[in-house]
Design a binder for this molecule. Structure first.
Ligand code: SF4
Length: 340
């Protein structure tokens, strides 16, 4: 199971170096950190190409291993809305997520005739999903008991099928534990791994508190079963404002985001300023007169016009009708009250 971060990159390399054929499996949940930036880059936005690389593919290429990317985004929304084991510190259902991914990997193992699963998990590294007891629970629930080799912490854990059968030499595995990444960074140097995504608190947007707030706002204001992939994607971009119970808006923060918002959602009404540089704003939900006026005032607030003069804002509707209205930019304090 290869995210392409430091730990999983090392884990697959350790096993591959024992002469074992390794295939990387990477899951697209819809909440990955780089997919929206990759889309922006593809649309021509000025973004550092290194920052949009799929980390799993990059790790596979570095070690000469094939990588299979499996899309689980449709099923994943169900896990997100009703996690049996609850959420972590944001809206991350890490335990259910790991169970689901391990189940999927077990299925994939059957398809390709693989004999065991490798993960980059380190005992005690993550409070929700990588404590010793939780690792066991996840393994049991996913039906992967004994199949999961964790090369970075293997010496602290019971021998797995791969070690018991002598396919992998346990002596050449490690006993890393805890939150510090010092041992992994040292090992990366020894193995010649110089570039990898910087270790952070999580591997997806669901551990981000801002993202979680926006997602919870969606849950509060819609039937959770109707959350769409487009909504999930839009939560990663722009400033978000709840302007009434039925309407929210998304305001681009820079050129790349404006381009992305413009291209990703042809179905939503959009606003931009007529005579000054300003953001692109999308309206999600009901488009009543008061909501349009509020959206226009917030759009004007983030334009290059000062706060004192009225600004002309154009509204384009999906049926291609347009209108313009002149509005006073909304003051900062009022905007912040609506900010999600
Ligand atoms: S951080 Fe995200 S991808 Fe990683 S285990 Fe938690 S929910 Fe799953």
């Amino acid at each position: 199971m290869l995210s392409g971060g430091l730990d999983s990159s090392l884990a697959v390399k350790i096993v591959a170096d024992q002469g074992i054929e390794v295939v990387g499996v990477n899951y697209n949940t819809g909440f990955c950190l780089t997919d929206h930036r990759r889309k922006m880059y593809g649309m021509g936005a000025q973004i550092d190409p290194k920052s949009v690389r799929n980390a799993a593919l990059a790790a596979g290429a570095r070690w000469g291993l094939p990588v299979e990317i499996i899309d689980i985004s449709d099923d994943y929304l169900r896990i997100l809305t009703k996690p049996r084991y609850g959420y972590g510190s944001a809206i991350n259902p890490c335990i259910d997520c790991r169970i689901f991914m391990q189940k999927k990997t077990r299925e994939y193992m059957g398809k390709i005739g693989a004999k065991f699963i490798i993960t980059g998990e380190v005992v005690g590294q993550r409070p929700m999903s990588q404590m010793r007891k939780t690792l066991k629970l996840i393994e049991k629930e996913s039906g992967c008991g004994g199949l999961i080799l964790r090369p970075l912490s293997a010496k602290l854990l019971e021998p797995t099928v791969a070690e018991i059968n002598g396919w992998v030499n346990r002596e050449k595995l490690y006993d890393f534990h805890g939150r510090s990444r010092k041992s992994q960074i040292k090992l990366a140097k020894e193995l010649g791994l110089e570039e990898y995504p910087q270790p952070a608190g999580g591997c997806c947007f669901l551990t981000d508190k801002n993202y979680a707030r926006r997602m919870q706002d969606i849950f509060r204001h819609s039937d959770e079963k109707t959350v769409t992939a487009d909504q999930v994607m839009l939560l990663k971009v722009g400033r978000h404002f709840r302007i009434n119970e039925k309407t929210k808006i998304i305001v681009g923060r820079n050129e790349a985001e404006n381009l992305f918002l413009e291209k990703i959602t042809g179905k939503l009404p959009r606003l931009n300023c007529c005579d000054v540089q300003g953001p692109l704003t999308l309206i999600e939900g009901s488009v009543e007169e008061e909501a349009i006026r509020t959206a226009a005032r917030i759009t004007a607030r983030y334009s290059d016009a000062g706060m004192s003069e009225p600004v002309e804002v154009k509204v384009e509707f999906p049926n291609e009708s347009t209108r313009t209205l002149k509005v006073q930019p909304m003051d900062v304090a009022q905007c912040e009250k609506m900010r999600i």
